[in-house]
Each structure stands twice: as structure tokens, then as C-alpha cells.
Design a protein around this ligand. Structure first.
Ligand code: HEC
Ligand SMILES: [Cu+2]
Length: 311
């Protein structure tokens, strides 16, 4: 019942259990006394005298002061743990990661320049601070097992911190309704032990993991960065044009100008999607991936798009 994922999560659960336990105790105690009095002091018949109570100062003071003290204890305990939850321990190093929320995926940027999509990779037993911003609408970043959640807002930075005790995988949810594919805006936190982390920081690979080919990497990025939510690979029209037979396709922009899909056009569409709008599709729908995907990652995506062909 008490989360073991981080120290703070356990403390949050303790507050919860304390409040619940106290409420359960008073609920049962009050109702037990109520039932007892109902039976014990029941009026037995028309001749039974009705007690005529005018008031009792001692009793009134007692039932005001005791609940007051209990509520103040809840308040104090809550504030102390809330502070632990919000403020990373001072005088200890903090590893800061940039988080961008956008329809409908998360991107992470690490101090060494690496980026990942929908998978937050962190070292075990380290204070991690996430500096978060949205590039479109309001999202909310939630890691249930760490008991941390914070809104991710356009044009304003918000933050979260945690220190994961164990290596493993944990869910990330978006918990602010952000449009059509909100329910698919899922991610994972991967907490790595020291060896794996060192290797990942240097090479971008897990221990024992093979380097992907450009095509495999492109396909993975296309899924992980949320392209798939807006661009089908089977010809279906989603929010954006399908990628089936996209490479080499001739079409027109909303401006009426004709164009052909080539490498440069795809790269530009990924970095600056609103420079040219495809006729029949909405402007300002596709988020910019400028700074979130490296040039080599964009090349891999292009390699993959070239292979999406009907027979
Ligand atoms: C929120 C939805 C959304 C996401 C996510 C998205 N796109 Fe788009 N994309 C669009 C829309 C809408 C258009 C058409 C309007 C325009 O030109 O901006 C478009 C246009 C494009 C085009 C031009 C297509 C053509 O036929 O001319 C390419 C290429 C493209 N996107 C690639 C990508 C890639 C690669 C990703 C992931 C890194 C991605 N998009 C993520 C919505 C999205
Ligand atoms: Cu969202």
C-alpha cells in the first residue's frame, strides 16, 4: 500500500493513511456512540420523561478544541510533506532534464545534448529535476508511482523533482485533457542502475543493446515522437496527410503553389511545419520538432518515410 519507488512517495502515502485512519476511527467511534445512545435512552412510552438539556459549556469547548487540534495536525503534517515533494534537497547535486509536452507526446532533453521521446531515462538514486514546458496546449505530467504530478503549460516553466530508489520502469500519464489523442499520450520512466546509466550517457544504448539501423531508428522515432498519431502509414487520413507513398508525391500547398515531397521538404516540414501548409489540412496543428530531433534523427525518419510504399 505504501509506495517504495521514492522516499517522498512513501511519505505522501503516510499522510494519506494517517488522514484516512483518523477519519475511519472517528467515523466508527461516533456511530458506535450514536447507536448505543439510541438504544440506551430510547423513550419507553408516553410516561417516560423527556430530558431537557439546555447546554453544556465544558462539552462544547471539548468538541470544538479537539477537532481543531486534529485538523491543525493534518495541516502541519501535510505542509511538511508537501515541501519535501516540491523542493529538491538543498546542497545535493540535481540532474536537470528538459521536458516538452506537445500533442501527443513527451520529449526529453538531457544535459549532454541527448534527446528521447516518450521515454525518460534517469539514473537510480539521483535527484532529478524536470523543467517542463508545453509547445501547444496545457498538458499535465504524472508519474503515479512517484506520487508526483504537475501541469505543463505553454509559455511558463513548471517543474517536478524525484529520486528513484530502484532500477525499473514506471508509467507516465498526461492527466490534462489535451485533444483527440490525449489518451495515447503515454510514456515511461526508465530508471537505470549506475553501469547501465554510464553506458547510456556515453552511447545512447542500453548495455547489450544493438545499435539500430537508420531505417529501424526512423521507424522507432516515428512511433515514439507521436508522428503516428497524426500521420497514418496505410493511407488513412488522420489529422495530417498519410505517409503512404508520400515520398515523391506531388501536391499543392494551401497557397496554391505546387510542390514535390523530397528529403529537404520533409526535413523542413519536421522543423518548421507552419512555413508551408498542405492544401486541405489545418495550419498550426503539427508541433515543431526543431531542437527536439537532431539532424541525424531527422535523416533516419526520412529514410523510414521513403520505405512506406504501397505494392
Ligand atoms: C498533432 C498532429 C501532428 C503531429 C504529431 C505530426 N504532424 Fe506532421 N503534419 C500534421 C498536419 C496537420 C500536416 C499538414 C499541414 C501542414 O503542412 O502543416 C502535417 C504535415 C507533415 C508533412 C508534410 C506532408 C505532405 O504530404 O506534404 C510531413 C513530412 C510531416 N508532417 C511529418 C511529420 C513527422 C515526421 C512527425 C513526427 C516527428 C509529424 N509530422 C508529427 C500534423 C502532425
Ligand atoms: Cu497531453
Amino acid at each position: 500500500m505504501i509506495s517504495d519507488a521514492t522516499e517522498v512517495a512513501a511519505r505522501v502515502d503516510m499522510v494519506q493513511i494517517f488522514i484516512f485512519g483518523m477519519m475511519a476511527f472517528w467515523f466508527i467511534a461516533c456511530n458506535a456512540v450514536l447507536v448505543y445512545f439510541m438504544l440506551r435512552y430510547r423513550r419507553k412510552g408516553p410516561d417516560d420523561k423527556v430530558a431537557n438539556i439546555k447546554g453544556n459549556h465544558t462539552l462544547e469547548i471539548v468538541w470544538t478544541v479537539i477537532p481543531c487540534i486534529l485538523v491543525l495536525i493534518i495541516f502541519y503534517y501535510g505542509v511538511v510533506v508537501w515541501k519535501d515533494l516540491r523542493v529538491p534537497p538543498k546542497d545535493e547535486p540535481v540532474y536537470e532534464i528538459g521536458v516538452t509536452g506537445q500533442k501527443w507526446s513527451w520529449s526529453f532533453k538531457y544535459p549532454n545534448g541527448a534527446t528521447t521521446g516518450n521515454e525518460l531515462i534517469v539514473p537510480q538514486g539521483t535527484n532529478i529535476k524536470l523543467n517542463m514546458i508545453s509547445s501547444d496546449v496545457i498538458h499535465s505530467f504524472f508519474i503515479p508511482e512517484f506520487r508526483v504530478k504537475e501541469d505543463v503549460i505553454p509559455s511558463m516553466y513548471t517543474y517536478l523533482w524525484f529520486n528513484a530508489k530502484h532500477a525499473g520502469e514506471y508509467n507516465i500519464f498526461c492527466t490534462e485533457y489535451c485533444g483527440k489523442d490525449h489518451s495515447h499520450m503515454l510514456g515511461k520512466v526508465r530508471v537505470l542502475d549506475a553501469d547501465n546509466w554510464e553506458n547510456w550517457e556515453k552511447t545512447g544504448l542500453m548495455l547489450g543493446e544493438e545499435r539500430l539501423t537508420p531505417l529501424e531508428n526512423g521507424e522507432k522515432l516515428f512511433a515514439d515522437r507521436g508522428c503516428k498519431g497524426c500521420h497514418s502509414v496505410d493511407g488513412a487520413k488522420l489529422v495530417g496527410p498519410t505517409m503512404l507513398d508520400a515520398f515523391g508525391r506531388s501536391a499543392t500547398f494551401a497557397s496554391g503553389e505546387a510542390y514535390t515531397v523530397d528529403d529537404n521538404y520533409i526535413a523542413n516540414s519536421i522543423k518548421y511545419p507552419n512555413n508551408q501548409i498542405v492544401a486541405g489540412y489545418p495550419a498550426n496543428q503539427m508541433p515543431s520538432f526543431d531542437g527536439q530531433l537532431s539532424d541525424s534523427e531527422i535523416s533516419d525518419i526520412i529514410t523510414y518515410i521513403k520505405t512506406i510504399k504501397s505494392e
